[in-house]
Ligand binder design. Structure first.
Ligand code: ADP
Ligand code: MG
Length: 474
């Protein structure tokens, strides 16, 4: 053990000791051994995986402050886990998976029975005897960076994606969380990053999976008693892309297992890329410890594309399909479909189809019909203003009263219902709902939604309010 690792750790301990209970210090910090210091990276040995997770969960901030004081703002901590007895050796757990066993498997092959040569590993994903078969990345080559057009609405997310693709695991964008509404390109961008990485680093294992499928696999593994194998499999991945993590909300088992996988990957410098339809602050029923992980890296929003970007997306699509279309038609479509790139593409595809099936020339009139159908078919979103108006009318008060600061019970309830319906029927964030309903903050809106849920279960009269109002919105 080098002297400097020891002295740096000693200084950290002095600081930590001053900031926590003596018993906690004794339990969680005394058993730690400093192992190595190289530049700004301190490696410490902890007695078990559980120990490491506990430290991460409860003392991550404190450790960070202590370490930053010693090693500067780029300080890093690496945990080495003293192997638990079952594994019979003392190698760091990062090493315990022999490289010969890497690869071979696609996540669908979870059912494959194992005869692993390495009995302690029990990895059901490894097909014995076959080498050099890679984990199927499940990436869609049509979703690449070349055809992901850049615009103001996606510049940050796109360039963060490129940065991650250039140096997976090597930027501070870890995890990279891409969020935004439906049809704005989250899935496309997530694939593009994966494809770029495969291109640049063919030896890395990249895996794209939807949060839904990940959840199914997890449930399956619990049923079959192969939860550990499931975890091991995901811990083998170098670049893990999980799409639509909002799907994890309320699923505490899946969140828990993902938390462990995430920690392992992150600790080992592996890249995690997530997408979600909401920003972390607006995610509901996701455990705090997971949310805090999401915030470690970068959250980059995909916004609705501006007019210019919509035009270039349409032109690019037509160009790729080898179809020509007059500018005024393209402009008409771009002007009328604003909030969803999938619909934008849908409209143009439908125009192309109509014109070729019916041998009709694409006229502005045809464009109008197609666009109208698209706009009609997409569910009209009720506005927060409209919700406040309907709720106020229902309780026979005016909107100003509903928004006022009063704590009178029936007014508070009306306000909470308006917040609840705004959450339910619009895509607005909690923060934005709060600011529109009497300038409240997001916590107030969250509280309102929970209160309404509770009252709906316990209070018959209140349930009636909800039912009546729900009818008015649908
Ligand atoms: P999300 O996952 O956010 O719902 P998708 O990634 O499925 O959205 O994108 C919807 C459609 O829009 C896809 O066909 C995708 O190729 C296209 N698209 C999204 N953003 C862009 C972009 N910047 N340039 C070109 N096509 C895009
Ligand atoms: Mg998607």
């Amino acid at each position: 053990m080098s002297v400097s690792a020891k002295s740096v750790w000693k200084n950290c301990l002095d600081f930590i000791q001053d900031n926590i209970q003596p018993q906690a210090f004794k339990t969680w910090f005394e058993p730690i051994k400093p192992i190595k210091l190289s530049e700004n990276v301190l490696s410490i040995e902890v007695p078990s995986k559980f120990f490491y997770e506990w430290l991460e969960e409860h003392y991550v901030k404190l450790l960070k402050v202590a370490l930053t004081k010693e090693l500067g703002e780029h300080a890093k901590l690496v945990y080495i886990i003293k192997m638990e007895n079952t594994y019979g050796n003392r190698e760091p757990f990062t090493e315990k998976i022999p490289s010969a066993n890497r690869g071979q498997v696609s996540p669908q092959e979870m059912d494959v029975p194992i005869k692993s040569k390495n009995p302690e590993l029990k990895n059901p994903f490894v097909i014995p005897g076959i080498r050099n078969i890679k984990i199927e990345s499940q990436l869609n080559p049509n979703y690449n960076f070349d055809n992901f057009l850049e615009g103001d609405s996606n510049r940050l997310a796109r360039s963060a994606g490129l940065a991650v693709a250039n140096k997976p695991g090597g930027t501070s964008f870890n995890p990279l969380l891409i969020f935004g509404g439906v049809g704005l390109g989250k899935t496309h961008l997530a694939h593009a990053i994966g494809i770029e990485i495969k291109d640049k680093y063919p030896e890395r294992t990249v895996l794209y999976i939807s949060a839904e499928k990940f959840t199914q696999q997890y449930i399956e593994s619990v049923k079959k008693n192969t939860r550990n194998d499931f975890i091991h499999f995901y811990q083998l991945i170098d670049v893990l892309i999980i799409d639509d993590v909002q799907f994890f909300s309320g699923k505490s088992g899946t969140q828990d297992v993902f938390f462990h996988i995430f920690n392992h990957l992150h600790q080992n410098g592996k890249q995690v890329i997530l997408t979600s339809d909401k920003a972390p602050v607006d995610m509901q029923d996701i455990e705090q410890r997971l949310l805090s992980r999401f915030k470690w890296g970068l959250s980059a929003e995909l916004q609705s594309p501006d007019y210019e970007t919509r035009i270039s997306i349409l032109k690019n699509k037509l160009y790729r399909d080898g179809v020509e279309m007059p500018d005024d038609i393209i402009e008409y479509v771009a002007k009328h479909i604003k909030t969803n790139i999938r619909e934008l593409e849908g409209a143009i595809i439908s125009l192309i189809a109509q014109s070729s099936f019916n041998k009709k020339e694409v006229t502005l009139d045809l464009a109008r019909q197609v666009v109208e159908k698209f706009v009609k078919n997409t569910k009209r979103e009720v506005s927060i203003d409209y919700i406040q108006k309907v709720v106020s009318d229902y309780f026979e008060m005016d909107v100003a009263t509903l928004q006022s600061k009063t704590r009178k019970r029936h007014i508070v309830q009306a306000r909470q219902l308006a917040m609840f319906f705004a959450k339910k029927f619009t895509k607005a964030s909690l923060a934005s709902i709060g600011s529109q309903i009497g300038k409240r903050d997001h916590a107030t809106v969250l509280h309102a939604c929970k209160t309404v849920d509770n009252l709906a279960e316990t209070d018959k009269q209140f349930r009636k309010y909800i039912e009546d109002l729900t009818k008015k919105f649908s």
